[in-house]
Design a protein around this ligand. Sequence first.
Ligand SMILES: NC(=O)c1ccc[n+]([C@@H]2O[C@H](COP(=O)([O-])OP(=O)(O)OC[C@H]3O[C@@H](n4cnc5c(N)ncnc54)[C@H](O)[C@@H]3O)[C@@H](O)[C@H]2O)c1
Length: 254
Amino acid sequence: MIDAVICGAFGRMGNTISRLISESDDIRVVGGVDVRAGTISGAPVVASAEIGDLLAKTKPDVVIDFTIASAVVANVKAAAAAGSALVVGTTGISPEQRAEMDRAIMGHVPAVISTNYSIGVNIFWELLKAAAPLLKDYDVEVIEAHHRYKKDAPSGTAKTILQILDNGLGERKKCYGREGMTDRKDEIGVHVIRGGDIVGDHSVLFSGNYETITLSHHAYDRSVFAKGALQAVRWIIEKEPGTYAMADVLGLVR
Ligand SMILES: NC(=O)c1ccc[n+]([C@@H]2O[C@H](COP(=O)([O-])OP(=O)(O)OC[C@H]3O[C@@H](n4cnc5c(N)ncnc54)[C@H](O)[C@@H]3O)[C@@H](O)[C@H]2O)c1
């Protein structure tokens, strides 16, 4: 049995993950962390300041973090100090925050860090890696849409898409929305939609004269992220200390 603590236990992802865990027979929730105390799946949830005590008491095999960028570094440090493996899905993390997390993890615990745990999105990223170098002469636009409560923009998934495009096309200027007189050069346009309960849509358009190639992924339910995160949980507990991507979990790294 794999013992897990969920940080962000009362959030949209925390709730979906705990529901999927309760339907599994090899993982159990032994505790949670959020901004206020309570319970989840019958396990205690403590306020964030108490995370050290909770981890010392429950000794989880893995800490799963779907919180917010301002909280994730402290949670990662606490998990690494307690010797628990990590599965981190929180997005909006700055390069400095990511470097701080990596320092806490390296040589101490194994961690999967991914801006998207959906298997479909990870395959979509692989398709983009293959397509981008072939489409250097096309105009590229990235469009993402999420629910009205999403805090960071563009999404972590869109930022990963931009990284893949930079690797495949060479680094290009990013243009976050357009207004007024525009003069398109070879920038990548990035467009963010926020509304209703959209779970997560991402599209990349490669437009030339008389033709457009569109690669798209649409998530219809958060369970696609939660399912991938649980696959990462089962995979990471066996690994050596260090940071891994979802592509490692899925065997997509060649
Ligand atoms: N990697 C992926 O596949 C993936 C998928 C969906 C969402 N996300 C990301 O996961 C994060 C959470 O998404 P969500 O939709 O569940 O958001 P949410 O706002 O519904 O949930 C976040 C939870 O974290 C809690 N929280 C805030 N500060 C905390 C702290 N210091 N310690 C512990 N908990 C704290 C909040 O109270 C809230 O309950 C976001 O960054 C989102 O972009 C990632």
